[in-house]
Write a protein that binds this ligand. Structure first.
Ligand SMILES: Cc1cc2nc3c(=O)[nH]c(=O)nc-3n(C[C@H](O)[C@H](O)[C@H](O)COP(=O)(O)OP(=O)(O)OC[C@H]3O[C@@H](n4cnc5c(N)ncnc54)[C@H](O)[C@@H]3O)c2cc1C
Length: 378
């Protein structure tokens, strides 16, 4: 990426980021190697976020209103990329502050803005309470209700697949405050220690209980905890989607490229399989680069970002298919930590076609909203 960002060029920022990593990278790498489970990875990520914020390098690209140094989102993308290339981040953990922090910073009232810095600087953790047992792809059908009381709302309902909610102090929660589809949805900023909230982790097949079920029983949320407008929750959800497809995808694709390069160097994986992975990764990187620049220029197009999501899922699955199924290593049964990691990554890559909108839904959106094809018969 090459671009001028206010007083600070992307190139100058990258040079600072690389210098920072050269100074602190080996101690970060050593800390991360001690993280043997999800608790350890969370503790490492909090340490990383605190250090990045305290040293200032993590503040670039975030608005000054929440303690950032300003500048475009490209600066955040560059930091994420350089960390991911060196395997210094747990992908699924580090993405969350980008996904939730940016939209809340953009849409929050003055009263909510002070909550953003503690999140970005590693002092707090938030979760995203959108999906429900009966509302995933059909998010507009969500049923968790927030009924008005004198000075706020009473929330009742259930959420599911809420990533890392067991660690969260706050939740960006979509609730129904009206009757009509997406116009009746509001986003609330909820304290996770409010009476009436139950968090139940779910065991996942890749070995880490990364998701939870959330239950809300008569949970009182003050009226000043609305993010954006009452009935404006859908635009919060769309901004969360946009944030995911910005620096997160750039970070994840950089990490995938690092895993690909290691696979090439190992000589374990068939050339034909690696060739196909390379094509998928390059398509993703090229497309994602365009999206970063569109986002930085205020030209983000939610409909066409479905293309990024399909390319991401295709690249991720093809890479871990190649590592697991077209490799001379028997990672399926091997005992080495490398085999255990390959199994975890292979299993997690199955989720790539689901999270952030399934590939079936993305293809429908591309057909209808990008290509302008007619709706199919039901
Ligand atoms: C790793 C991971 C992390 C996640 N983290 C979070 C989180 O933090 N917070 C949160 O709120 N949610 C989270 N989710 C949930 C995610 O957003 C949903 O899983 C996703 O939106 C799909 O919803 P669903 O699981 O209910 O599947 P469903 O919507 O029930 O879909 C089931 C299948 O039917 C297909 N399908 C459904 N409708 C159609 C249609 N109209 N046309 C064609 N095919 C269709 C789907 O493509 C899919 O294959 C996460 C999911 C994963 C995998």
């Amino acid at each position: 990426m090459s671009s001028l960002v206010g007083e600070r060029t992307v190139e100058a920022h990258r040079a600072d980021v690389v210098a920072w990593i050269e100074r602190d990278g080996s101690s970060l790498s050593a800390s991360r190697s001690l993280a043997s489970d999800l608790n350890g990875e969370m503790a490492y990520d909090r340490h990383l976020a605190r250090t990045l914020w305290a040293d200032g390098i993590g503040r670039w690209g975030w608005p000054e209103s929440i303690g950032g140094f300003g500048g475009s989102v490209l600066l955040r993308a560059v930091l994420a990329e350089e960390l991911a290339r060196r395997d210094l981040v747990h992908q699924n953990i580090r993405l969350m502050p980008e996904v939730l922090g940016a939209p809340v910073a953009a849409m929050a009232s003055d009263g909510l803005l002070p909550f953003v810095e503690p999140y970005l600087s590693g002092q707090e953790w938030w979760c995203q309470g959108f999906s429900e047992p009966g509302a995933g792809s059909d998010l507009a059908g969500l049923a968790t209700r927030a009924d008005p009381i004198a000075d706020g709302y009473v929330v009742n309902g259930q959420k599911v697949w809420t990533s890392l909610a067991q660690f969260a102090q706050r939740c960006v929660l979509l609730v129904r405050t009206g009757t009509e589809g997406h116009r009746g949805i509001t986003a609330l900023f909820v304290d996770m220690d409010s009476p009436g909230i139950t968090v139940r982790p779910i065991d996942c097949m890749h070995g880490e209980d990364e998701f939870c079920e959330l239950f809300f029983d008569d949970v009182v949320v003050p009226g000043d905890r609305v993010i954006g407008e009452v009935g404006g929750g859908w635009s919060v959800a769309m901004n969360v989607l946009a944030a995911e497809r910005a620096s997160i995808f750039w970070m994840r694709s950089a990490w995938l490229l690092g895993r690909f390069t290691a696979a090439v160097a190992s000589g374990d994986v068939s050339d034909a399989a690696l060739g196909e992975v390379y094509l998928n990764l390059m398509m993703l990187r090229s497309r994602s680069r365009e999206t970063q620049h569109a986002m930085a220029a205020g030209r983000f197009d939610a409909a066409s970002s479905s293309i990024d999501k399909v390319l991401m899922a295709t690249a991720e699955r093809s890479l871990f298919d190649a590592l697991m199924l077209h490799s001379s290593r028997s990672s399926l049964i091997g005992n080495h930590h490398q085999d255990a990691r390959a199994r975890t990554e292979f299993l997690y890559s199955r989720a790539a076609t689901i999270y952030g909108g399934t590939s079936e839904i993305q293809r429908t959106l591309i057909a209808q909203r990008v290509l302008g094809l007619p709706r199919g018969e039901r």
